[in-house]
Design a protein around this ligand. Sequence first.
Ligand code: NI
Length: 184
Amino acid sequence: MAILKIARMGHPVLSRPAEPVADPTAPEIARLVDDMAETMDDIGGRGIAAPQVHVAKRVFIFRVPSDAAEAENGDWSGLEALVNPTVEPLGDERIEDWESCLSLPGLRGWVQRYARVRYRGTTPGGEAVERIAEGRLARTVQHEFDHLDGILYPMRMDDLSKLIFASELPHHGAAWVGRDRAVA
Ligand code: NI
């Protein structure tokens, strides 16, 4: 296991589509996922995509709560690792909330995301996964998937005046100051 260097906005690996993985069960993919998990946990993230560690492959991981109550309390513990994932919205409902990214350290943006999505993928163990995510977890899944297509969250924003440094959030009172937001 190793802690990997995280690419920051401006590095070309973050702005181009990542390549599909020919064999999700290849040992190099298991090793990559282990290193991504160690890197994510070291920095206190909830999710990370392979391009963020300079690997242009369609792999991302995220931490998941065991139930909705834990999600609201920020108590996420399980790990989901997906190779060649797909994400599709379920319904038209969208939710706006603060979002952050390990590749844009210190920043927060107000981003609209689908409230419910279905995601599919293959685990490094070769298991086919199909699950539904809602709320903050759905936001994380959409954020990570975007990384595989070279999209960073500011590119999803309608109002760039709400791209700010997290340290300035307190100037905006209760309306802008939320709980700790997922870093991905
Ligand atoms: Ni990110």
